[in-house]
Ligand binder design. Structure first.
Ligand code: F6R
Length: 366
């Protein structure tokens, strides 16, 4: 059942070229330059006129929502808020006509996410869902939605469900932007082909994990980790930290790289591994200066960089090289080495990777 892998988590990490492919199948067609999301056909026009989108979710799904914020704001120029479902529902949230509330949930059963949606519905928002489990409570409650089709996720730590959520968010954002006319045809076509190229690029990452295993060996017994990223890869830093803490029980924090100087920099010394997402995008130069700041304080820098980036390769202690991609879809690549790093560290520490202590696959209590 684990398909020859030692754990479900590893199997699910390796399934990502396929699960992302399945998520796009019949929906994205590069040849005809088309995106069609069956579940949203009747809502796309209204969505393109949305005043605001509020994503409600928990945990890893909330991180996917943060990636969605960058996608929708940049491409479709729609105001986005990303809310922890458990906070949103206990406030007195302001919902106006034209607001869309979109729940993101792998299981479709998370109690807080469900309650947040119910509240949003009562207050007149249009409610949509991005779920993995077909027929789940959230998918039944929403007016419409898009399934992620990642297949069953058994490992408690979410991996392939996260990348499928980001894939769906990218497809909806691109389709909405096209409908709204906020991206040119050239950009639209480029984004479609960049998205379609993701599975092959992930295969490329998965084909050579030696460097990641070496890093895991060197840092198996670290007691803290910091993950830093900027822009659309800031949520990936948060997700990298969450994966590490939940399966290895190492304390880890994710931050936007520029926030480092506002506090976390005090933690940096020669024992502190700092993982940077430093791919070539619009924030690259700024990330490079953040890396220099960490090096100047003797931090140990592990960086996810693009292949052929000799500058960074010579600057950092450990480089994990991944293929280049369009910035807007890059989280689909940058998140994969971080999943593997957490996995290998947890295995070396002898943790129960698929069923970490205290965690449940779906949190149906509030
Ligand atoms: C992390 C993890 C959790 C879930 C969260 C939401 O790896 O699995 O943080 O992401 O409990 O679950 P869903 O997406 O089922 O609503």
């Amino acid at each position: 059942e684990k398909g020859g892998f030692e754990h479900f988590m590893l199997k699910e990490i390796y399934e990502q070229p396929k699960s992302i492919g399945d998520c796009m199948r019949g929906r994205l067609n590069v040849g005809t330059s088309h995106i069609q999301l069956g579940g949203l056909i009747n809502h796309l026009d209204k969505l393109s006129k949305a005043k605001r989108i509020i994503f409600v979710a928990c945990g890893t799904s909330w991180h996917a929502g943060l990636v969605g914020e960058y996608l929708f704001e940049e491409l479709a120029r729609i105001n986005v808020e990303v809310e922890y479902a458990s906070e949103f529902r206990y406030r007195n949230p302001i919902i106006k006509e034209g607001d869309f509330v979109i729940a993101i949930s792998q299981s479709g059963e998370t109690a807080d996410t469900m309650a947040a949606l119910e509240l949003a519905k009562q207050r007149g928002a249009t409610i949509l869902g991005i779920c993995n489990v077909v027929g789940s409570s959230i998918s039944r409650l929403t007016e419409a939605g898009v399934y992620t089709h990642a297949g069953p996720e058994i490992g408690v730590a979410s991996t392939k469900a996260f990348t499928a959520q980001v894939t769906v968010l990218a497809m909806i954002a691109i389709a909405t932007a096209k409908q709204k006319g906020t991206i040119t045809d050239d950009v639209y076509r480029r984004l479609l082909s960049e998205l379609a190229a993701i599975p092959t690029k992930i295969e490329d990452i998965l084909a050579d994990v030696d460097e990641i295993k070496d890093i895991a060996k060197l840092f198996t017994f670290a007691s803290n980790f910091i993950f830093l990223g900027r822009g659309i890869n800031f949520p990936v830093a948060l997700e990298g930290a969450l994966k590490l803490k939940e399966i290895s029980y190492i304390h880890a924090e994710g931050y936007p790289a520029a926030e480092m100087k506002h506090g976390p920099i005090a933690l940096i010394d020669e024992d502190m591994p700092v993982v940077f997402i430093a791919t070539k995008d619009s924030t690259y130069d700024k990330v490079v200066s953040n890396i220099q700041e960490v090096k100047a304080r003797k931090g140990r820098v592990i960086a996810v960089i693009n292949k052929g980036d000799e500058t960074l390769k010579s600057m950092v202690d450990f480089a994990i090289e991944i293929p280049e991609s369009h910035e807007m879809v890059s989280p689909l690549l940058t998140s994969v080495p971080l999943q593997l790093l957490s996995y290998y560290i947890a295995v070396l520490r002898g943790r129960n990777v698929d069923q970490p202590r205290n965690l449940a696959k779906s949190v149906t209590v509030e």
